[in-house]
Design a protein around this ligand. Structure first.
Ligand SMILES: C[S@@+](CC[C@H](N)C(=O)[O-])C[C@H]1O[C@@H](n2cnc3c(N)ncnc32)[C@H](O)[C@@H]1O
Length: 338
């Protein structure tokens, strides 16, 4: 099997997949758009679809190396082996929907370079091979069966049938949408870095409440603050059992050491700016987060840069994951509260 992740998140999503019983992670890579985690599952387990960190999950139909025959017809013929496809289809049928004789299908191809052939040539060749093997299947977009072929490391190709649909990465949607809302899979990765769900998790810049929703889903009690009344209303609507109040992250209304974790997507980037000097804002907010977090707790933040000078002494850097969101570079920073 394999899974696709937000670029930079494979080191967080891989271990989450490996915790699913019967799963062994074999390899990770990048296909030019997404991180890819290649793994084996003893049985086709629905749990592999439920880590919350993954964008899409696939059951593998085959793999090959470009070095053995670097042309699209050869690769397509080699990767689509009818007996292996049959096994993958029975997994697909068990997890997605029963198979009919006449199905619709489409092919998605991603390659790391186009020096010897184009991505579209590979897609066309694989479509032809599938048509020959499955004469009653019909090409359509969108389609019931999505076949992806991705070059996840230089020269290494894997192909599979997509088991997940958009609800895996978008959940059931938010009842109130707001600009700049975080991708749920990134929010879930940040919540994972906050450690075991014991006690209260605070998002001091909660926006539409994505982090709060993901934290609730894994068992945290959650508190949210935001300086914007519209955000407070949105987070309350999206996460009805969260305690969300109007508040300023620079001066939180919480006593010292009362939360186990602070997790937040700070207001930096294309859509949000802070009042005044950004370094002063960050220094003030990080000092507040260190104050309200108990010793042994964690602070996990998404921000393009958190220079050492803005981080107070009790916060010790533990994780640093550079990621790419909508083509923009940013970083997840994880601190232990000493
Ligand atoms: C990037 S958004 C958070 C998005 C959120 N993670 C979501 O998924 O919807 C940053 C939020 O910080 C809030 N904010 C800005 N300055 C703040 C401050 N001083 N205190 C609290 N919230 C603040 C903004 O109103 C905005 O909602």
């Amino acid at each position: 099997m394999f899974a696709t992740e937000i670029p930079g998140l494979a080191p967080v999503a891989g271990p989450a997949l490996a915790e699913v019983a019967g799963v062994t992670v074999h390899d990770t890579g990048f296909d030019g758009r997404s991180d890819v985690v290649v793994f084996e599952a003893e049985r086709a387990r629905p749990d592999v679809l439920r880590t919350g960190l993954t964008e899409d999950v696939f059951v593998e139909v085959g793999r090959t190396l470009r070095a053995d025959g670097d042309n699209p017809a050869w690769i397509a013929g080699r990767i689509w082996r009818p007996e292996r496809v049959q096994r993958a289809l029975s997994v697909w049928a068990g997890l997605v929907r029963p198979l009919g004789a006449a199905m619709t299908f489409r092919v998605v191809a991603r390659v790391l370079h186009e020096r010897t052939f184009l991505r579209t040539d590979l897609r066309r060749q694989l479509t032809e091979v599938i048509r020959r093997d499955r004469p009653r299947w019909r090409f359509a977009d969108p389609a019931q069966v999505e076949v992806w072929i991705v070059e996840y490391a230089p020269g290494r190709l894997v192909a599979g049938l997509r088991l997940s649909d958009a609800t895996m990465r978008q959940r059931d949607g938010r009842s109130v949408e707001r600009e700049g809302a975080l991708r749920p899979t990134v929010a879930r990765a940040m919540v994972r870095l906050a450690g075991a769900a014991e006690g209260t998790l605070l998002d001091p810049c909660a926006g539409a409440g994505t982090i709060l929703a993901e934290a609730r889903a894994v068992g945290w009690s959650v508190q949210g603050r935001d300086i914007d009344p519209g955000a407070v209303a949105a987070a309350r609507a999206n996460v009805p059992d969260a305690a969300v109040h109007l508040g300023d992250a620079r001066k939180l209304d919480l006593p010292d050491g009362t939360v186990a974790a602070c997790v937040s997507n700070l207001p930096f980037g294309r859509r949000y700016r802070v009042e005044g000097d950004p370094a002063t804002w960050l220094r003030t907010v990080l000092a507040e987060l260190a104050r309200v977090t108990r010793t042994g707790g964690r602070v996990v933040l998404l921000a393009p840069d958190l220079p050492r000078a803005v981080v107070p002494a009790p916060l010790r850097l533990r994780d640093r994951y550079p990621i790419r969101l909508l083509g923009t570079k940013t970083t997840i920073w994880g601190y232990d509260r000493a």
